[in-house]
Write a protein that binds this ligand. Structure first.
Ligand code: F3S
Length: 391
């Protein structure tokens, strides 16, 4: 692989042990993927930082590379941890707080912005064509598909290594020639009456090449966030080209196949039959935006507080400060708020019979992580069902 003089110096250890180790990781992964050079990045997003998920050995890897002198060289954000940083939630178990800090504290010292969220684009919106090194599949697919950023689906260690060097390998979706839509998906208006996570789960499972979706005009950005995250969870997608949304010049089309999902097919992705008395409503996978929080507040005001089960909403860690009034208003209405985490990377204090969620990604993982039944529903339907309003 061709390296510039600066990159060679990094690799030789002239910038310290941590930078050399980080450069070694990038170069090795890049060589394995056939990259001929590295590319400069403007934003790294580090995933795989929940103690509950990576455990002691993962925490030790992060601590060693940081505590031996690692400092970020570019704007760097971090994914959710396994604890509720606000201390507000009655549902999320915070017993691993001290262990989570073993990961968080050195990363903060290294210059990582402690947002603890899977929507890093909320803090720095990528420009079309900008190179990024992001972990977190839901964020990667959003950056590529909505903003035209150029990033692969990085694992946590590679994203961290990119943060410490300012470079990643130039392969995969960093090259325009690999950003080619092959399968046209036509979405009709009837399909859009269903929870949009079902469409995402179907795309992830059934479509293997890069899709080009038509018919999503007028769909809210937070619904696209949900759909894209769901497709990235059930499949390997990192880019879905959306007609009239994905910036021109950041993709090409060479369509060889055309599909139109039927409503009866998407119904198979709606999850389990949600019976039982102990139901949890969950909204916030990926984390909620302020626009979604306003929508939830409006719906709870209209339909009443959750009485027939609990309602959990997950948000970025900093929202308890920058959107404090809204967060406090939701709490006063009986909504359980957890900041900087989510149920997929943390533990619950209690058991639930079923989880009702608007997120296809949450459905995909919660069944596996918590062994619980999960059903997809729209945000309005979740609020109404929990407040006891009849359909
Ligand atoms: Fe984010 Fe957790 Fe979902 S990290 S995308 S809320 S699984």
């Amino acid at each position: 692989m061709y390296l510039t003089r600066e990159q060679e110096k990094m690799l030789r250890g002239e910038y310290g042990w941590s930078t050399a180790k980080a450069m070694e990781i990038i170069v090795k992964v890049g060589e394995a993927l056939g990259a001929e050079e590295l590319v400069e990045i403007v934003h790294a997003h580090i995933s795989g930082v929940s103690y509950s998920t990576i455990g002691r050995y993962g925490a030790e890897f992060i601590r060693e590379i940081i505590l031996r002198g690692g400092k970020t060289r570019v704007f760097t954000t971090i994914n959710p941890g396994c604890v509720d940083y606000s201390g507000f939630s009655g549902i999320i178990d915070n017993s691993l707080l001290d262990y989570q800090r073993l990961i968080d504290d050195p990363l903060r010292e290294a210059g990582v912005k402690p947002v603890f969220t899977c929507i890093p684009y909320f803090y720095r919106t990528p420009l079309p064509g900008e190179h990024l090194a992001w972990g977190e599949s839901s964020a990667v697919i959003f950056a590529n598909s909505i903003y035209g950023g150029f990033t692969n689906r990085e694992g946590g260690p590679v994203a961290l290594a990119a943060a410490l060097t300012g470079f990643t390998y130039n392969a995969g979706l960093h090259l325009l020639e690999n950003r080619v839509g092959r399968v046209e998906i036509k979405v009709n208006a009837r399909t859009l009456t269903m929870p949009i996570g079902a469409l995402g789960l179907w795309v992830g499972e059934e479509v293997k090449a890069i899709p080009h979706i038509r018919g999503l005009r007028g769909v809210q950005l937070f619904d696209l966030k949900n759909m894209l995250a769901s497709a990235a969870a059930s499949g390997n997608h990192a880019l879905i080209i959306i007609d009239e949304i994905t910036p021109m010049g950041t993709f090409r089309l060479d369509l060889t196949e055309k599909v139109e999902p039927e409503i009866s097919v998407l119904e198979n992705y709606l999850g389990d039959n949600c019976a039982g008395s102990n139901i949890l409503g969950y909204i916030g996978c990926p984390h909620t935006t302020p626009q979604e929080l306003l929508l939830i507040a409006r719906l709870v005001k209209r339909h009443g507080k959750p009485r027939r089960g609990k309602l959990l909403v997950t948000i970025p860690a900093e929202f308890t400060r920058i959107h404090r009034d809204l967060v406090l208003e939701l709490r006063a209405m009986g909504v359980d708020i957890a900041a900087g985490t989510c149920p997929v990377v943390s533990r619950f204090k209690e058991k639930f019979d079923c989880i009702l969620t608007n997120s296809g990604k949450a459905l995909f993982y919660l069944r596996r992580v918590h062994g619980v039944k999960v059903k997809l529903a729209g945000v309005k339907e979740i609020v109404k069902q929990l407040s006891g309003v009849q359909k």
